[in-house]
Design a protein around this ligand. Structure first.
Ligand code: 5AD
Ligand code: SF4
Length: 447
C-alpha cells in the first residue's frame, strides 16, 4: 500500500507500546506506515517529532501507566511546538475514554482506535496540513485491511496475526469489547505473508489470535486452525512455528495430532487456565472444568515429549475463597508449568465481573499472588534443573542482553538459553550443551 510521502526524511518518530503481542504487531504496522512516509525511528522520545502511545486496557495498571506518561509529555510539547502526539490502541476503544484523554491532555493531536489504525497516515497528514486535532474511533467491522507494510523489530522471528477479536466474554476480560467480534484472515493471505517472510530470511513464525482455536469461523473456505498449521508447516524456509493463545475449551485432539506430526510446530503450548477452582471457572464463564483441562494436558504431554507448558492465572477474582485459591495451587503443582503469567484480578468497567459482589481486598490478593509466584517459580527452577548436561537445539537470535560476550536464543520449546558460542551462528539453529540451568533461563556452551 502506498501512502503520501511527506518529504520528512530527517524527521523522527517514537512509539511506546503497552500490552500484548497484538499491540506489538500494531505498532510494527504504524512503524511501517511512518517509514513509508519518510520518517525514521528514534530511541529517545525527547528527540522525536512524532510520539505515539499504543495503549492497553486489559488491567488498570496498564491504563495508569498511560496517564503517567501522558502527563510527562506536557512540558515536552511546550518546549517543542511542532511535536505531534498521538494516542491509540485498546484503551481508546473504551466508551468515554478518548473524550476523557482529549479533555485532560489538550496537547494530544491525534486519538484513534484499533479498528482505524490503517488511517493513521491520513490523520497525520491532516494535522500537518491543517493543524487540526483529530479524535476518530470506529466500531469494529467485518473488513480486514490487508497489505499494510510492517516494520518488524526482529529479522528472524515474526508475529503473524491470523484472527482478530474474541467472542468468548470471559467475565473478567475487556478484550471482546475493545477488539470486537472474531474475524479470521483468509488462509491465502496468511500463507502469502509467511512465504514473503521466509524469502526475507525469517526462520520463526508466531501465529497470533485471542483464541486461535476458533480460526476459520465465518470464512468461506474449508479451514480451521489445525488445517492452517499444516499449511504453514509446508512453507519452505520457515523452521519454527509457534502460536498463541489457545482456549482450553476449544483445544482439540486434531490440534494435538497436528502438533505431533508437523515437524516445524514447536513443542510449546500456552494454555491459559486462569483458575484451578471449578466454581471460579464457572463464574469466569470459561466453559471447562479443571478435570477437563487436566485431561487435555495429560494427553498432549503423553504424545509430545519435551513439551513446555505455560499458562495465565488470575488471583483474587471476585468471590475467590482460600479453598478456591488452594485448588489453583494444587493444579499448578499437578501440571508443573514451565512458566506462568500471573495477574492480580483487576476490575474492568463494562465486564461481567465488574458488578460482582465479594471483590477481594488488595491485601488478600497480594498475599495469594506471592504464594502463587513462589510455587510457580520453584517448579520452573526444578524443571530447568533437569536440563543440566542435556544438548538442546537453539535458534540463535543475537548477543545475550546481560553479557555481550555470550549469545542468546531459544530452544524449540521456548526456553531462553545464554551460551558461549560462535558469533557466526546468529540466525542458525545450533546444538548447545546446558552447563548451568538457572531459575528463568539456561546457560551453556555451543558444541
Ligand atoms: N484482571 C487480571 N487479569 C486479566 N487478564 C485479562 N483480564 C484481566 C483482568 N481483568 C489476564 C488473563 C488473560 C491475560 C492476557 O490477561 O489471564 O489470559
Ligand atoms: Fe479475554 Fe477470554 Fe477472549 Fe481471552 S478468551 S481475550 S480472556 S474474553
Amino acid at each position: 500500500m502506498n501512502f503520501l510521502q511527506t518529504n520528512k526524511k530527517d524527521k523522527l518518530y517514537f512509539i511506546e507500546t503497552w500490552g500484548c503481542q497484538m499491540n506489538e504487531e500494531d505498532s510494527e504496522k504504524l512503524s511501517g506506515m511512518l517509514i513509508s512516509m519518510g520518517y525514521s525511528s528514534c530511541e529517545n522520545r525527547n528527540d522525536a517529532d512524532i510520539i505515539i502511545f499504543n495503549t492497553c486496557c486489559v488491567r488498570e495498571n496498564a491504563e495508569l501507566k498511560v496517564h503517567g506518561n501522558l502527563g510527562q509529555l506536557k512540558g515536552l510539547k511546550k518546549s517543542k511546538k511542532d511535536l505531534i502526539i498521538a494516542v491509540c490502541g485498546c484503551m481508546m476503544q473504551q466508551k468515554g475514554i478518548p473524550q476523557e484523554i482529549s479533555k485532560k491532555y489538550p496537547f494530544v493531536d491525534i486519538i484513534f482506535g484499533t479498528h482505524n489504525l490503517h488511517k493513521f497516515p491520513e490523520y497525520l497528514n491532516r494535522v500537518l496540513m491543517n493543524d487540526e486535532r483529530i479524535l476518530e474511533i470506529e466500531a469494529g467491522s467485518d473488513e480486514i485491511i490487508e497489505g499494510l507494510t510492517i516494520d518488524r523489530k526482529s529479522s528472524l522471528k515474526a508475529f503473524v496475526t491470523i484472527m482478530y477479536g474474541c467472542d468468548n466474554f470471559c467475565t473478567y476480560c475487556i478484550v471482546p469489547q475493545v477488539r470486537g467480534r472474531e474475524k479470521s484472515r483468509k488462509s491465502e493471505d496468511i500463507i502469502n505473508e509467511i512465504r514473503e517472510l521466509a524469502k526475507d530470511g525469517y526462520k520463526e513464525i508466531t501465529l497470533l489470535g485471542q483464541n486461535v482455536n476458533s480460526y476459520g469461523k465465518g470464512l468461506e473456505e474449508d479451514i480451521d486452525f489445525p488445517k492452517l498449521l499444516k499449511k504453514v508447516n509446508e512453507v519452505d524456509g520457515i523452521e519454527r512455528i509457534r502460536y498463541m493463545t489457545s482456549h482450553p475449551k476449544d483445544f482439540s485432539d486434531d490440534l494435538i495430532e497436528v502438533m505431533k506430526n508437523c515437524d516445524k510446530v514447536c513443542s510449546q503450548l500456552h494454555l491459559p487456565v486462569q483458575s484451578g477452582s471449578n466454581r471460579i471457572l464457572r463464574v469466569m464463564n470459561r466453559h471447562y472444568k479443571k478435570e477437563e483441562y487436566l485431561d487435555k494436558i495429560k494427553k498432549i504431554k503423553s504424545l509430545i515429549p519435551d513439551l513446555a507448558i505455560t499458562t495465565d492465572i488470575i488471583v483474587g477474582f471476585p468471590g475467590e475463597t482460600e479453598e478456591d485459591f488452594e485448588e489453583t495451587l494444587d493444579l499448578v503443582r499437578e501440571v508443573r508449568y514451565d512458566s506462568a503469567f500471573m495477574f492480580l484480578y483487576s476490575n474492568r468497567k463494562f465486564t461481567g465481573a465488574d458488578m460482582m459482589p465479594n471483590q477481594i481486598p488488595d491485601e488478600v490478593k497480594h498475599k495469594r499472588f506471592n504464594r502463587l509466584v513462589e510455587t510457580v517459580n520453584q517448579i520452573c527452577a526444578e524443571i530447568n534443573k533437569t536440563y543440566e548436561g542435556k544438548i538442546v537445539k537453539v535458534l540463535v537470535e543475537g548477543n545475550s542482553k546481560n553479557d555481550e560476550t555470550k549469545l542468546s536464543g531459544r530452544t524449540d520449546n521456548g526456553k531462553l538459553v545464554n551460551f558461549i558460542g560462535d558469533k557466526n551462528s546468529i540466525g542458525k539453529i545450533v546444538d548447545v550443551k546446558i552447563t548451568n540451568p538457572k531459575s528463568f533461563s539456561l546457560e551453556g556452551e555451543q558444541i
